[in-house]
Ligand binder design. Structure first.
Ligand code: GLY
Length: 373
């Protein structure tokens, strides 16, 4: 892919993704074109380097807008009503209008909160997003999912609202630590398996093509992944049909993430790492509990990008982890008729939503990814 811009239509609006080396005059031009009231709130994750924030400050100053900066902590449990209302109150206090701009800069938590904020304030402001984690770059920065957690329910307050512009910045990617960087490759692999063989071919080539974190191979891989995601959500924003396929691996991944966090430790697994394990479970389940060529391919690619293919658990905790994953699968939001649903994949490009009816098979599938220690 030669172009570094993707334009797509969602909910009758045209949106753009720009892949840039650093933040540059494109941002200034975009802000001019968006015909705002010249007020910007820039909300960013505390983890972002001062160097980058200073660059942004200089660029935003050149727009001639009044810019407010707000630092937040992009931790999972910060995605709550209290923090959300703090941001909301700031918009009221600074007299923002519906023609003001909100720019968010961070990972999934920051994106979800700021997307919701932008959609609710006066029924919608102008929203721009700079994703900074690999999972946000290849997945959550587009598709419009927003939300905060309330009363223990994940994303119980949420809706769909698309950023007008997304900026993927190479200089930010180079700052991502290796473990987080490769965790994002599970979502890339997911897109390849459900809908784009080209991505699989990219991934089985030399891993060193992507270790430098800033080259043409990486931008091609990321843009191809985003194009694939767009194909799945653009005509099914509210996830009734085709978009459900983007949940491949996630019925198990959410459960694995939740239980390892509870029984082993907080952030034991990165989201992408759990998605990798979840994809193995869902391929095995699709194939009546047998490992097939697709399973081996998925396992090979996960290994290659330093992603786990087993959960390494001490004997003592093994049964509790197994039971926890099993129970968690039944809590998945896609459940129908009390049966859990998952994305079945027998062949590349052929995802299908299915119910889990054979609980014995479910049991064996979970055992398969738990390794004795
Ligand atoms: N992360 C999957 C989706 O946006 O639908």
């Amino acid at each position: 892919m030669s172009s570094k811009v993707i334009t797509y239509k969602a909910d009758n609006e045209i949106n753009t993704i720009r892949y840039l080396k650093v933040i540059d005059k494109n941002l200034i031009k975009d802000i001019e074109q968006l015909k705002s009231d010249k007020k910007i709130l820039f909300i960013y994750d505390k983890q972002i380097s001062n160097k980058f924030i200073n660059e942004i400050k200089i660029t935003l100053k050149l727009t001639g807008n009044i810019v407010y900066f707000k630092e937040i902590e992009g931790k999972k449990n910060n995605k709550n009503l209290k923090n959300f209302l703090n941001l909301f109150n700031l918009l009221i206090e600074k007299e923002f209008t519906k023609n003001s701009i909100i720019i968010s800069c961070g990972g999934g938590v920051v994106g979800d909160m700021c997307g919701l904020l932008s959609s609710l304030y006066l029924r919608g402001t102008i929203y721009l997003h700079i994703p900074t984690t690999m999972t946000a770059i290849v997945d959550s920065c587009i598709g419009g999912k927003t939300g905060i957690n309330y009363k223990g329910l994940i994303n119980s307050m949420g809706n769909y609202f698309h950023p007008k512009r997304v900026y993927i910045l190479e200089n930010l990617i180079t700052e991502i630590p290796d473990r987080e960087y490769f965790a994002g490759f599970a979502e890339i692999l997911k897109c390849g398996l459900i809908g784009n063989k080209k991505i699989i071919n990219y991934l089985i080539k030399d891993k060193n093509l992507y270790t430098r974190k800033s080259n043409k191979n990486l931008s091609n891989l990321i843009l191809e992944t985003l194009q694939t995601k767009i194909k799945f959500f653009k005509n099914d924003i509210r996830e009734k049909n085709l978009r459900l396929s983007l949940n491949f691996g996630h019925t198990f991944a959410h459960s694995i993430e939740m239980i390892t966090e509870k029984i082993i430790k907080k952030d034991y697994l990165r989201h992408g790492e759990a998605v990798g394990l979840g994809m193995l479970c869902e391929i095995m389940l699709s194939n009546n509990g047998k490992k097939n060529k697709l399973y081996n391919l998925c396992q090979k690619i996960l290994k290659k990008y330093n992603l786990p293919i087993k959960l390494n658990i001490y004997q003592k905790k093994r049964i509790r982890i197994h039971q926890g994953i099993y129970k968690g699968v039944f809590l998945d939001k896609k459940n129908k008729n009390n049966n859990p649903r998952y994305i079945s994949l027998k062949k590349i490009n052929k995802p299908k939503i299915k119910e889990i009816l054979d609980y014995g098979l479910l049991n064996d599938t979970i055992f398969n990814i738990i390794e004795n220690n």
